[in-house]
Design a protein around this ligand. Structure first.
Ligand SMILES: Cc1ncc(C[n+]2csc(CCOP(=O)(O)OP(=O)(O)O)c2C)c(N)n1
Ligand SMILES: [Mg+2]
Length: 292
């Protein structure tokens, strides 16, 4: 049977865009009875060039900083009319819109316990405006604002832990997902939508332009992020971990080396401590979530 894609072909994402893959699959699971909210970022830009749209569901673009508040408003509007069709509200925002500038707005949405699924597509920088670092950029990664020059080794501090932040708000459904495991991603979107109250899903969506790799390697890199332990696939219901994808850990170098943003770590021994810290991050995740 032919599937009608709700995120239609013909959008203007870069070839190999991890976010475009993710959104197509997410909408297959949400179905048409959904209103999507997106803050400014690549997703908004590549799906809505002037006078066209690749969305086959109602879609609203918010400011960079307020997607959760707009989602709350959309839900309030639906509820004020009795929401007879049970239409769901799903917000899909980038890491900049989620970890940084939209954090206050998201915190409010979590606190209000609004029945909204918020999905963050995390490409680990502000890609739309030219690869500026965000608080999701990982330790050691080069971006235009975390430069690699002289003794500077790219991002100098660890990535913010958004899963822990969502859990600290008491969000009843919190999960991570990967475009290398689509059945799991769809299952989590379904759970996040069916769960009453707020839900938060974090997805790592590699960006070949910002990370510096060949477009056809996107899904393989997403898989390597999981297999190294650097991006654990976990799921929490009411604060309790209910699933964690088991891995047979591969060395972090298998994930880092194909990416230009990490090349400086392999040029000489100067940044060995950074590599050690990245290895330790993977080991800590494996221990913390019982991945191996
Ligand atoms: C208040 C405000 N500041 C800055 C911008 C410029 N801006 C638009 S998109 C963007 C980065 C978006 O990054 P992210 O949320 O990670 O999404 P991505 O582009 O990576 O998909 C920035 C800085 C803006 N639109 N509004
Ligand atoms: Mg981003």
């Amino acid at each position: 049977m032919e599937v009608k894609e709700l995120h239609a072909p013909g959008h203007r994402a870069c070839p190999g865009c991890g976010c475009a893959i993710a959104v197509k699959i997410i909408l297959r699971e949400t179905g048409p009875n959904t209103i999507i909210v997106s803050p400014t970022g690549c997703l908004e830009t590549f799906t809505s060039p002037i006078r066209s749209s690749s969305w086959e569901v109602p879609w609203i673009h918010s400011l960079f900083e307020n997607a959760p508040a707009i989602a709350t408003g959309v839900l309030a509007g639906l509820n004020s009319q009795g929401n007879p069709n049970g239409t769901k509200v799903v917000a899909i925002g980038g890491d900049g819109g989620t970890y940084d500038i939209g954090m206050g707005s998201l915190s409010g949405m979590f606190e209000r316990k609004d029945d909204i699924l918020y999905i963050c597509y995390d490409n680990e920088a502000y890609m739309n405006t030219g690869i500026q670092g965000s608080s999701a950029t990982p330790l050691g990664a080069g971006t235009t604002t975390t430069p690699v020059t002289g003794d500077s080794f790219g991002k100098m501090v660890e990535k913010k832990d958004m899963v822990a932040i969502a859990l600290a708000h008491g969000v009843p459904y919190v999960a991570t997902a990967s475009i290398a495991n689509l059945a799991d991603l769809k299952k989590k979107v379904r759970k996040g939508m069916d769960n009453p109250g707020p839900a938060f899903i974090l997805m790592l969506t590699p960006c070949n332009v910002g990370w510096g790799y060949e477009p056809e390697e996107t899904v393989e890199l997403a898989r390597k992020a999981v297999e190294t332990g650097l991006f654990p696939i976990v799921e929490f219901e009411n604060g309790n971990m209910v699933s964690a994808l088991k891995i047979r850990p591969v060395p972090v170098e298998e994930y880092l080396k194909p990416q230009k943003r990490y090349q400086h770590l392999f040029k000489n021994d100067k940044f060995e401590d950074v590599l050690k810290a990245i290895r330790k991050k993977a080991e800590d995740n494996i221990k913390k979530f019982g991945l191996a």
